[in-house]
Write a protein that binds this ligand. Sequence first.
Ligand SMILES: O=P(O)(O)O[C@@H]1C[C@H](O)[C@@H](CO)O1
Length: 315
Amino acid sequence: MSVCNGFNNHQNGSTDTDDHNGCSYETLLQTAQYIQSRIPHEPKVGIICGSGMGAYWHEGSLAEALGNKVIIPYHDIPNFPVSTVEGHAGQLVFGTLSNIFVVCMQGRFHYYEGYPLWKCAMPIRVMKLIGVEFLIATNAAGGINTAFMEGDVMLIKDHINMMGFAGNNPLQGPNDNRWGPRFPPMNRAYDAGLIHEAKQIWKQEHLEGRLFDGVYTCLGGPNFETVAELRMLKLLGVDAVGMSTVHEVLTARHCDMTVLAFSLITNVCVMDYQDHDTMPSHEEVMDVGKVRQGTLKLFVEKIVAYIAENRLNKK
Ligand SMILES: O=P(O)(O)O[C@@H]1C[C@H](O)[C@@H](CO)O1
């Protein structure tokens, strides 16, 4: 058995960050085989439940709503990282949603936790190996677009890979063609058809609140941004800023998954020096997530139903 460095695994407990391309295809096959031995079906849709969408085991979360659940804590999964963010449940939850078998990542991995980007995104490759074709990634983000208010939802139509500008990319290092090509295109990272359908669903279901689309960027965190940084991001065309998702989407597109992603705007970014009272906090992020999780749960459920009826087996 090849043991991969850099994981809090059962074998070595090490956190070596040098091994930047992480685990080999063969090692992740072992991870996938462990998971497959615990579940009754292949999930075709993977859902990342971020801070805005029940990363916590709150009653009423999407993961809790799955039928015939199989729950696998991350710490039981060979080669998997463990969640360290306050409140993140840290488990894969399998089960039925809209009559198909799906997997929810309840809690994700962030760069600021000390994990390199390839490791933050490694669960995407595991999802691929167990059968996932469609990824729905959700996150909490700060609203930079001045039209945005707390509680709004932004479908991600594109991203700016700020960390990539600095040479930090989950795909760096040797490329294994079994995952995907050395130079993957990213101009259609977010599926335009799914974005269109998601907007239709929001309207048809009369979901509560406002839905936008826009450009997301991920910074390394863990600090929230300075006023000058936010102003710079605004100039660059960023609508919402967070600390995740981009590296997951790069990894998912590299292995040819279809991606839909959205941000819950949990706070309006403080863009001027006169505002002495407003300060973002993780507590606020969790609170807004809790308030909005019922609506987002319904949203995702309907999107999954659409995928099941119209997109599965048609890729
Ligand atoms: O996991 P996501 O991207 O939803 O979480 C955001 C970014 C930080 O982890 C956290 C800040 O409160 O929320």
